[in-house]
Ligand binder design. Sequence first.
Ligand SMILES: Nc1ncnc2c1ncn2[C@@H]1O[C@H](COP(=O)(O)OP(=O)(O)OP(=O)(O)O)[C@@H](O)[C@H]1O
Ligand SMILES: [Mg+2]
Length: 278
Amino acid sequence: MTTTHATLAPTIKFPTTQIVIDGVDKRFSTSGQEVVALRGIDLSIRTGEFICLLGPSGCGKSTLLNAIAGFSPPSAGRITVDGVPVREPGPDRGMVFQEYALFPWMTVAKNIAFGLEIKGADRADIERRTALLMEKLSLSDFRDRYPKDLSGGMRQRVAIARILALDSPILLMDEPFGALDALTRRTLQDELLRIWQEDRKTVIFVTHSIEESIYLADRIVVMTYRPGTIKTIVPVTLPRPRDTSLGDFNELKRELSRMVMEEQQRFTDDEIRHAAVD
Ligand SMILES: Nc1ncnc2c1ncn2[C@@H]1O[C@H](COP(=O)(O)OP(=O)(O)OP(=O)(O)O)[C@@H](O)[C@H]1O
Ligand SMILES: [Mg+2]
């Protein structure tokens, strides 16, 4: 791989290791059949890094994110955050899902405040923080609306605000913008980058989109299709805001497309094989 786009080593920018994934395997058994979703995943993520997990459907991106979140432990190997083994979900890791996990019976303001209320924060603090986040994500005019009366983009803003309310240092995001139109998606990508830079979060962001991964990430972790392994890790050091029309951006896009297409082809072959057997 050429490194014309690599001008600053990520190790210098982010000196402290925060998340260590060490020899992680994950196997699922369903109706007597074993699926090896992850095999031998080794990855160290530094505090403040923006990591994208990229790969075709079924390569284990969500499985890896869920293991880091503590929702579903690895079958082998271990994951630590700041040296502490992950055994369950914790307030240091906030998760944003693709499918806008909002409470439909609560208003925007109530949805954002929910986590703080559970934590037992005092009323004034909840009010202040909720108002700040609504302002930050341009939601102030929608505070009394219910999720059903919001567009997909606005709902995802609420989902992000809700996680930010908890102030977790690590944000885990599973294709959060996958269902949005291109323009809304770009706007939310820019807002996420702004928040990431202002609040110095560590972000692990799952995506199918090569362009999205180059636009956002410090490093792109390209995964292989079943068993999910790390195919390669690509550092992206193009200056932000990144211009998707530039030559360097497109050169990287071509390289990544080639790698992802190899795995996509394996996914397609697998699907055809299964369809033939059924
Ligand atoms: N709870 C489960 N039980 C059985 N198999 C599972 C389970 N969760 C995931 N798998 C299998 O593990 C593999 C990886 O799934 P995973 O959902 O992590 O992929 P993904 O990369 O997130 O895919 P997508 O891009 O479609 O979301 C797939 O083959 C999937 O069928
Ligand atoms: Mg997934």
